[in-house]
Ligand binder design. Structure first.
Ligand code: AMP
Length: 213
């Protein structure tokens, strides 16, 4: 099964993708994570995209389509979860072509619906464990012991450079201008399923499971 998690920054795509990986043996393909890894390892591409990402703009279609194409060459296990990709109509068309080239298809697009005030609050307090990826929040989900991950016990909490209010406003604008048209695009194709992304994490997980059948 190949699915897309679609929604604005802070909708909970990464959190739900991690749960699908655990429960269904799927492979998470997050272009945001791939781009951050390229920055950390200091590749030429990583240097090229750093400023664009910090501003909250989108990097070029060519770069992200190339990243996804590389990953589709590998073992598909229980299927792919596209997290943060596609973000433009050109990327959506390219994904359809790439899947077809590999004899695969898209099974569902899960739209995670959230309101904008909730997003700003969620994102500006967000931090994650650098070791296992568990997500925390200054107000709603603090670790039981300050700076120690409840899940893996490591002390490697980190915050994303673009999780600040100014960059977030830009990321939201990019979402509404360039990504939200994908909701209509996938609706017209008959692939769209919508879930309430503001519910508790377990409830969202159950809604996604229901939508996937
Ligand atoms: P994310 O972790 O998905 O919020 O992505 C972080 C940043 O990476 C975005 O604000 C963009 O600058 C860039 N990015 C990630 N995925 C894409 C994509 N599919 N298309 C363009 N830019 C992307």
């Amino acid at each position: 099964m190949n699915i897309i998690l679609l929604g604005p920054p802070g909708a909970g795509k990464g959190t739900q993708a991690m749960r699908l990986v655990e429960k269904r043996d799927m492979i998470q393909l997050s272009t945001g994570d791939m781009l951050r890894a390229a920055r950390t390892s200091g590749t030429a591409m990583g240097k090229m995209v750093a400023d664009v990402m910090d501003r909250g703009d989108l990097v070029t279609d060519e770069i992200v389509i190339g990243l996804i194409e590389e990953q589709l060459e590998g073992d598909a296990k229980g299927g792919f979860i596209f997290d943060g990709f596609p973000r433009t109509l050109a990327q959506a068309d390219a994904l359809g072509d790439l899947l077809a080239k590999h004899g695969q298809a898209l099974d569902a697009v899960i739209e995670m619906q959230v309101d904008d005030d909730a997003l700003v609050a969620r994102i500006t307090g967000r931090f994650t464990c650098g070791n296992c990826g568990e997500v925390y929040h200054d107000v709603t989900k603090r670790p039981k012991v300050e700076d120690v991950c409840d899940n893996c016990g490591e002390s490697q909490m980190k915050r994303r450079a673009d999780d600040n209010e100014e960059s977030l406003r830009n990321r939201l604008m990019e979402y509404y201008k360039k990504t939200s048209p994908l909701i209509g695009y996938y609706y017209a194709k008959g692939d769209l399923r919508s879930v309430d992304g503001l519910a508790a994490m377990d409830v969202v997980e159950a809604s996604i499971a229901g939508a996937l059948g």
